[in-house]
Design a protein around this ligand. Structure first.
Ligand code: NAD
Ligand code: DAU
Length: 353
């Protein structure tokens, strides 16, 4: 099939990235999809087993901070689009090791911006740099209000500060070098292939294995949850139909206090595991709060809905059922991830090639 586009997706072996890669590889056989991922602890090629043999897919193990590699990839594959997801993504890790976040999220993003700018040399027609960012750049809300695209940036954790810095660099490259970009800020994702250091998969795994369920503080913090495949659909929409230089907020209209969400998960798991009602909730354990814990995130997704026609496709109840079913059907994936075995998959797969 004749190739019409060549798209570099960074971080495609991670949670959201693997859903974006799968969507683009299967929906657009006319595109070449190059997945660049360093395979950190969060990158897992088992996430992409089902599509890894596709004719329009290439995996490259490498780092977004590798200037030489990026130059080569843009030239060899004639890259005309970038969807940039590679990042250090876990807030708790950013509290213990902020420099790793500066290095990948800030320096890595600027290195990638330089590569795109140099490869495209001011020719913007048909080119697009898509930066995937987070609602955390806006800081924390109290009980009322929503983040809009005009909310001033007020990041409060090393993670969100590094993402905010990367957003500023993307816009600065748009202004200074006329790099054609789009940027989205999304709320909390959930779904399959989510690394079990994050709230929902961690709780599912701990309920499954009868371990304590660590709720930070009083469990009163609020997050706005979006099914990851709906985020991938939004990325597809913005990549194809978003306006150059614009920002779009993406969210699920779906706010939950952590404690209520954990109790809901316990109830779902009791039913699925044939446990007496209330048994899993006995595992709930309140633990020391996260330092600087943002109280509430809530997205006003009106702009992407009005201007591009995107909206979430399923309810939270349906998404959570599907998510729990996926984890219960893929306990080997969970066991590999928690034991570190998944990291052998790359050696097994790629040492033969
Ligand atoms: P993740 O941690 O699951 O995956 C990150 C991926 O990036 C991994 O595959 C990792 O190997 C790769 N990576 C890390 N450093 C790299 C480097 N230096 N070079 C190349 N690859 C590298 O993250 P995620 O949750 O899928 O998030 C993806 C993006 O979406 C991030 O930019 C994050 O800030 C953003 N985001 C996440 C959420 C969420 O709820 N998870 C919400 C909004 C935005
Ligand atoms: O809002 C988007 C962001 O959502 C993304 O940019 C981040 O990459 C992503 O990790 C996520 O950040 P959060 O900090 O909101 O997600 P996390 O799953 O770590 O925590 C969700 C909430 O649950 C938060 O209030 C902290 C709390 N929590 C988390 C863990 C891991 C607990 O109470 N116990 C836990 O064990």
């Amino acid at each position: 099939m004749a190739q019409t586009r060549s798209i570099l997706i960074t971080g495609g072996a991670g949670f959201i990235g693997s859903h974006v890669v799968r969507r683009f590889v299967t929906k657009y056989p006319q595109y070449r999809i190059v997945n660049l991922d360093a395979l950190t602890y969060a990158g897992n090629l088992e996430n992409l087993r089902d599509i890894e043999a596709s004719a329009n897919y290439t995996f490259v193990k490498g780092d977004i901070r590798d200037v030489g590699l990026l130059g080569k990839l843009f030239t060899v594959h004639a890259i005309d689009g970038v969807i940039h997801l590679a990042a250090e993504s876990h807030v708790d890790r950013s509290i213990t090791d902020p420099m790793a976040f500066v290095s990948t999220n800030v320096i890595g993003t600027v290195t990638l911006l330089n590569a795109a700018r140099d490869a495209w040399k001011g020719v913007s027609t048909g080119k697009r740099f898509y930066h995937v960012s987070t609602d955390e750049v806006y800081g924390s809300l109290q009980d009322d209000g929503f983040f809009t695209e005009r909310t001033p940036y007020a990041p409060q954790s090393p993670y969100s500060a590094s993402k905010a810095a990367s957003d500023h660099f993307v816009r600065a490259y748009g202004n200074t070098y006329k790099l054609p970009f789009v940027l989205t800020n999304c709320s909390n994702n959930y779904g399959s292939h989510h690394f079990p250091e994050k709230l929902i998969p961690l709780m599912i795994n701990n309920i499954r294995t009868n371990k304590p369920l660590p709720v930070y503080g009083k469990g009163e913090n609020v997050r706005d949850w979006l099914w990851v495949e709906d985020h991938a659909a939004a990325i597809d929409t913005v990549f194809h139909n978003g306006v150059d230089g614009e920002t779009y907020n993406i969210g699920g209209h779906n706010e939950w206090r952590n404690i209520d969400l954990v109790k809901l998960l316990c109830a779902i798991m009791d039913r699925k595991l044939d446990r007496p009602i209330g048994e899993s909730a006995e595992l709930i354990t309140y633990v020391t709060d996260r330092a600087g814990h943002d109280l509430r995130y809530a997205i006003d997704a009106g702009k992407i809905e009005r201007e591009l026609g995107w909206r979430p496709s399923i309810t939270f109840e349906e998404g959570l059922e599907r998510t729990v079913d996926w984890y219960l059907a893929n306990t080997a994936w969970l066991d590999h991830v928690t034991s570190g075995t998944y990291r052998h998959y790359y050696e097994e797969q790629y040492s033969k090639r």
